[in-house]
Design a protein around this ligand. Structure first.
Ligand SMILES: Cc1cc2nc3c(=O)[nH]c(=O)nc-3n(C[C@H](O)[C@H](O)[C@H](O)COP(=O)(O)O)c2cc1C
Length: 160
């Protein structure tokens, strides 16, 4: 089982989230590639069983660099079905559109037929860092990655 943590960042906060999620997945025994959006080729997506995507919140939605990858992923439509997906974001404001940003990413992953894990405590749709990468955001990223790893070990095993 292999995981991808794909992210875009301008000022580093989303990158810190991505690094924490990636490190935690590795600690959970899952080989993980951490890749910045500009260095990613969409054709690699089918290699991964867990795909986690992070973007800064830009006007209440994902950054164009992430949207471009998701739009290009149409040529893989049907090939990502049954994989595990997740999303995270960083925003300037508490209610600055971080939830809609995560939803915009998750919506694309759901349309691909992917399986999404919700979060019963904390931020329910995925980790959010407001303003900077603080202790709460770090904890959320760690817990989220552990949940995805747990789900991966259960579901992907059943699929094989
Ligand atoms: C073009 C642009 C649009 C933004 N739009 C929003 C927004 O709608 N809501 C918000 O809370 N923050 C907004 N921000 C702030 C970023 O989401 C925030 O600074 C984020 O932490 C940046 O992530 P990064 O450090 O990974 O680049 C915007 C920033 C930029 C540059």
């Amino acid at each position: 089982m292999k995981a991808l943590v794909l992210y875009y960042t301008r000022t580093g906060t989303t990158q810190k989230m991505a690094e924490t999620i990636s490190q935690t997945l590795e600690q959970e025994g899952i080989v993980t590639d951490l890749v910045e959006a500009n260095n990613f080729s969409v054709d690699k997506l089918p290699e991964y069983q867990i795909i986690v995507i992070g973007s800064p919140t830009y006007y209440g939605t994902m950054a164009a660099e992430i949207k471009q990858i998701l739009d290009e992923s149409v040529r893989l439509h049907g090939k990502l079905d049954g994989k595990i997906g997740g999303a995270f974001t960083s925003s300037g404001n508490v209610a600055g559109g971080n939830e809609t940003t995560i939803w915009s990413i998750l919506s694309a992953l759901l349309i691909h037929g992917m399986i999404i894990k919700g979060v019963h405590s904390g931020n329910h749709y995925g980790p959010v860092a407001v303003d900077s990468f603080g202790e709460e955001a770090r904890r959320e990223c760690v817990e989220y990655a552990k949940e995805l790893a747990r789900l991966g070990k259960t579901l992907i095993k059943e699929q094989q």
